[in-house]
Design a protein around this ligand. Structure first.
Ligand code: NDP
Ligand code: GDR
Length: 328
């Protein structure tokens, strides 16, 4: 039986990947951080089917022991401090987790079993101030945040361990991917959740930052398949995973409000507090290599994604209101 270990299993991608690998017949293990509460809501329906282990990308010995105990055939490193604004406030922590954390897990694999296949969650944020459009595997990096810089370090360490120790280590340069499980601080989910709250009279306006920012947004459920395909290939490599189409934050707002027959201009307020010290203004990826070499294609369109997120948040807000009424 194939055994997968996922770090960051409680995050958006971790939840989709765990479900995907279970359906493929894998035994799935996840690394989780201890907290004073149990924040495992995204994988609540999977807990009977997966095995969770405590661990942290900050703790080398715990990582070594974890890999020794689980004996995975594949490791997916999805754990990170992944929110760009937080990386400006906590650059050292972000570097420790999102950057050095990758080296720690690579070291654990190198120490315990060099046959383990490794996936690193690299990011389009590494392109930052873009040199060319669309961005491909060969486009030079110019990250614009401590998060992007940390991801770039982790990316090159993955390449380096592949070249130095012959590890099967692949890096997916994934562009923004979203879903109803996206954290509510990221702009897409912030919008879809606000739309649902506005419809239900729980919120009157939506405060956002840079409406002109352009992103290549895809669906997380499609993107976890690309991660898996990378580890099934004959040789390890780096792949851009994207849709090849970009849209502005403004367009996302328009479509999301239109879904519930509202005009976005009546509710969205630009608030400078949500501007970043340095922003990435535009990103658009070229997924040709993933298509040609992995046979990967995105299935969900931008419009379908926006509708899916708004529809799910409408149901969620309705359920939240019902629960609050029952408890009152
Ligand atoms: P999330 O922010 O939803 O999840 C991050 C995960 O990392 C959580 O499970 C979190 O655990 C865990 N984590 C954070 N710090 C540590 C730590 N010190 N030790 C162990 N685990 C930790 O991210 P996504 O699911 O959206 O993204 C998955 C990965 O892909 C991340 O590395 C992200 O940077 C990268 N990425 C994401 C893209 C996207 O558009 N979603 C695009 C490109 C790359 P906890 O629940 O305890 O906080
Ligand atoms: P990003 O995602 O920084 O691309 O990183 P996010 O959704 O946070 O921002 C996208 C763009 O929207 C603009 N924006 C706002 N963003 C947020 N969060 N809140 C706002 O109110 C707001 N208003 C405008 C931002 O300025 C930005 O330009 C995500 C993360 O998942 C990373 O971990 C991942 O690596 C990259 O995507 C690819």
């Amino acid at each position: 039986m194939r055994v997968a270990l996922i770090t960051g299993i409680t995050g958006q991608d971790g939840a989709y990947l765990a479900k995907f690998l279970l359906a493929k017949g894998y035994q799935v293990h996840g690394m989780v951080r201890r907290g004073s509460t149990l924040p495992f809501e995204r994988i609540a329906d999977l807990t009977e089917k997966i095995t969770l282990h405590q661990g942290d990308l900050l703790d080398q010995m715990a990582l070594n022991r974890l890999i020794e105990r689980v004996q995975p055939s594949e490791v997916y490193n999805l754990a990170a401090q992944s929110f760009v604004p937080t990386s400006f406030d906590q650059p050292i922590l972000t570097g420790e987790v999102t950057g050095l954390g990758v080296t720690r897990i690579l070291e654990a694999i190198r120490t315990v079993d060099t046959n383990i296949r490794f996936y690193q969650a690299s990011s389009s944020e590494m392109f930052g101030k873009v040199y060319e459009e669309p961005q491909r595997e060969t486009t030079p990096f110019w990250p614009r945040s401590p998060y992007g810089v940390s991801k770039m370090y982790g990316h090159w360490m993955t390449v380096n361990y592949r070249e130095s120790y012959n590890l099967f280590a692949s890096s997916g340069i994934l562009f923004n991917h979203e879903s109803p499980l996206r954290g509510t601080e990221f702009v897409t989910r912030k919008i879809s959740y606000a739309v649902a709250k506005i419809v239900h009279g729980q919120q009157s306006e939506l405060r956002l930052g840079n409406l002109d920012a352009e992103r290549d947004w895809g669906f997380a459920g499609d993107y976890v398949e690309a991660m898996w395909l990378m580890l099934q290939a004959d040789t390890p490599d780096d792949f851009v995973v994207a849709t090849g189409q970009k849209h502005t934050v403004r367009e996302f707002c328009r479509l999301a409000f239109e879904r519930v027959n509202l005009e976005w201009e009546k509710y969205v307020v630009v608030d400078e507090r949500f501007y970043r010290p340095a922003d990435v203004n535009t990103l658009c990826g070229d997924p040709s290599k993933a298509r040609e070499e992995l046979g990967w294609e995105p299935k969900v369109s931008f419009e379908q994604l926006v509708h899916m997120m708004v529809d799910e948040d409408m149901k969620r807000v309705k359920a939240e209101i019902k629960l609050a009424e029952e408890q009152a």
